[in-house]
Design a protein around this ligand. Structure first.
Ligand code: 6R9
Length: 636
């Protein structure tokens, strides 16, 4: 399944388009199935209904763990680097990881979790997070990991949507010089979550927390009660592996559903090929360091499932890139002889701003492949990454994909695909992109741009949105009938290379995090005294996009303290969604530019936020063009 040359890529790509079923069947055969599948693919994009490896039976943890024991039981599976560089790092071999996953799986069973039950995981980036995820998969429970930066309200919404029975959390988390409460936040969330019967709590920060009798148990004590023997549950290829919530242009975040067989094959295939992972690297099995949090899809696919399905060594880092100083990533690369570094443009831009001093004095010679994900990478950041981190000898794979796609979609293959800075380059085998205009008409040829859609299923794609299939259909398959719509704009240059230009819907990408403008507006509108708000993105040097909020209030703030009121609004957004959704700028306005039919003209607000005051385009259809002048005067 490994592509080694550009010719092989072209051959594989052609095969994957001419005969997708035989292409993916060949790859899937390399995994361990309890029962073979009867039909490779059944699909339509209308309902939509997508099934891969129909009738096949397997357990993904047998593929990620058991399968490797004979050949690489003593090889590191996970290397954990703690937040504090003075705390010892931990290495878990495949044998140790297998043992711990089985124990945790038995703890889940002991606490009433059965096949098909949903488990919410709200943990810091510690080995127990990966172990908990795999423990769910071991017994056929469905995990829903919630990123540690989300608020109690966001946790509650996600728990209720999926009707989770159990929550796994920790007393607290370390992030840089901060200590964050997790259990307290979960306690707040659970006031409104009747489905939760049990909370398993691990100790990380040893901060005092409430433990409620009959509901809360200590992970450490539970683990003492079980053995390391836990046979894997036999699962159907199309059983749900996990739910992961993500923001869209409307309403609350939706639970993207991935199923076991297709997701596994796709995560592993893309991992192996794009990063060209080597078991026989210069110093043994390569060390793969993906800096994402497991709370996002990147962590699911390229810290946990992809690397482990391939028997790789995956590094899991608890902390942040800028603590104790902005050299932390380089310190980790040096310390653990990292070979593959996969991070986000926002991290690169942030580290760039600290200058080269923090890069010097670190030996980065172990690096062989660099990756980028989460948002478009600008050329300046691309070159800095190439020059100063890769020393012009490591290919950069700019990987475009989404929570919904499960794995990488448009990306170079390291040392195979000729690169072009800031381009995600070419579709991977099995991926059939198509650009369409506003009316859904295909834009053919090269040197064109349009809305990016995918016209044929790939094994890692989402199957539904949890509990609301109609929403899945409307969001992804109704805009352009017969196509999966990504929400991204894209250009295809004269060489047929793809460059993703950013979202064309009302989704923001702030430091690589997806945030819906409607979500932020709803949170702002919950604040006392706010009448209405409109949120748009604007270019931000480090974050990629910043959040600009225009807010109408019903009366002057108490004591006329507008600054305090802005901070109160930020506190409200933090409470409702989490700190990651806090606007960077708030402007109080007396009105919003609306059309006669009452629609906010975001185009104008976007231009103003971008500072393009002289170039607002046609404002004649506005109900009250005077508000625009007023807004322009009050720009922050
Ligand atoms: C994996 C992940 C998905 C959105 C996607 C797009 C943006 C991701 C990108 C990229 C340009 C890249 N995006 N990778 N844009 N170049 N290499 O990030 O998933 O959190 O669901 O975000 O991120 O806009 O639609 P997710």
């Amino acid at each position: 399944m490994v592509i080694k040359t550009f010719d092989e890529y072209q051959t594989a790509y052609k095969h994957s388009v001419d005969d997708p079923e035989s292409f993916w069947a060949e790859i899937a055969q390399e995994f361990q199935w309890r029962k073979p599948w009867k039909k490779t693919l059944q699909w339509n994009f209308t309902e939509p209904s997508i099934k891969w490896f129909v009738g096949g039976k397997l357990n993904i943890t047998e593929n990620c763990l058991d399968r490797h024991l004979a050949t690489r039981g003593d090889q590191p599976a996970i290397i954990w680097e703690p937040n504090d560089p003075h705390e010892a790092s931990i290495t878990l071999t495949y044998r140790m990881l297998h043992d711990q996953v089985c124990r945790m799986a038995n703890v889940l069973k002991r606490n009433g979790v059965q096949k098909g039950d949903r488990v919410c995981i709200y943990l810091p980036m510690v080995p127990e997070l990966a172990i908990s995820v795999l423990a769910c998969a071991r017994i056929g429970a469905i995990h829903s990991v919630v990123f540690g930066g989300f608020s109690a309200q966001s946790i509650a919404d996600r728990i209720n949507d999926a009707q989770c029975k159990l929550v796994i959390t920790a007393d607290g988390a370390y992030r840089g010089n901060k200590e964050i409460t997790l259990k307290g936040t979960v306690d707040d969330a659970l006031i409104g979550c009747p489905s939760v019967q049990r909370v398993i709590v691990m100790t990380r920060t040893r901060t005092p927390i409430a433990m409620f009798k009959g509901r809360d148990v200590w992970m450490e004590q539970e683990l003492k009660q079980v053995t390391a023997h836990c046979p894997a549950e036999e699962m159907d290829a199309e059983d749900i592996l996990f739910i992961l919530y993500t923001s869209g242009s409307t309403g609350k975040p939706k639970g993207v559903v991935h199923t076991i067989g297709g997701y596994m094959v796709y995560a592993a295939y893309t991992f192996q090929n794009v990063f060209q992972y080597k078991h026989d690297g210069r110093t043994g099995p390569q060390v793969h360091f993906c800096t994402a949090d497991i709370g996002w899809i990147t962590g699911h696919s390229y810290i946990v499932y992809g690397p482990l399905a391939c028997g790789a060594t995956s590094l899991l880092f608890e902390g942040v890139p800028t603590w104790p100083d902005a050299g932390r990533f380089w310190d980790i690369v040096d310390k653990h002889a990292v070979n593959i570094l996969y991070t986000a443009p926002t991290a690169i831009r942030s580290l760039m701003s600290f200058g080269l001093d923090k890069v010097k004095n670190h030996d980065l010679s172990s690096l062989e492949v660099l990756g980028s994900v989460g948002e478009p990478i600008n050329e300046e950041a691309w070159h800095w990454y190439d020059d100063h981190i890769g020393k012009n000898r490591c290919p950069i794979v700019d990987t475009w994909w989404q929570t919904e796609t499960g794995g990488l979609m448009i990306s170079p293959i390291a040392n195979v695909t000729p690169l072009k800075p800031a381009y995600a380059t070419l579709p991977l085998p099995g991926v059939q992109p198509i650009l369409v205009d506003e009316n859904g008409k295909e834009i053919e040829g090269n040197g064109v741009s349009g809305n990016l859609c995918i016209k044929f299923p790939w094994p890692g794609m989402l199957r539904t949105t949890y509990g609301d299939h109609e929403r899945c259909k409307q969001t992804y398959f109704a805009t352009y009938p017969g196509l999966y719509f990504t929400g991204d704009g894209c250009l295809r240059d004269e060489d047929g290379y793809y460059r993703i230009t950013g979202r064309v819907d009302d989704v923001l990408n702030v430091s690589g995090h997806r945030i819906g403008t409607a979500e932020v507006e709803n949170a702002i509108n919950m604040h006392t005294g706010v009448v209405e708000s409109a949120v748009v993105g604007y270019p931000h040097d480090i974050k990629g996009q910043g959040i600009y909020a225009y807010v109408i209030i019903d009366q002057p703030p108490v004591d006329n303290d507008t600054d305090l009121m802005k901070r109160d609004i930020l506190a409200t957004v933090s409470r409702i969604i989490g700190p990651i959704a806090k606007p960077d700028k708030i402007q109080f306005v007396v009105g919003l530019p609306k059309t006669r039919s009452g629609k906010i003209m975001r185009r104008i607000l976007r231009k103003i936020a971008e500072g393009e005051l002289g170039n607002l385009g046609d404002t004649s259809t506005l109900l009250d063009p005077a508000v625009v002048e007023e807004i322009k005067e009050g720009v922050v």
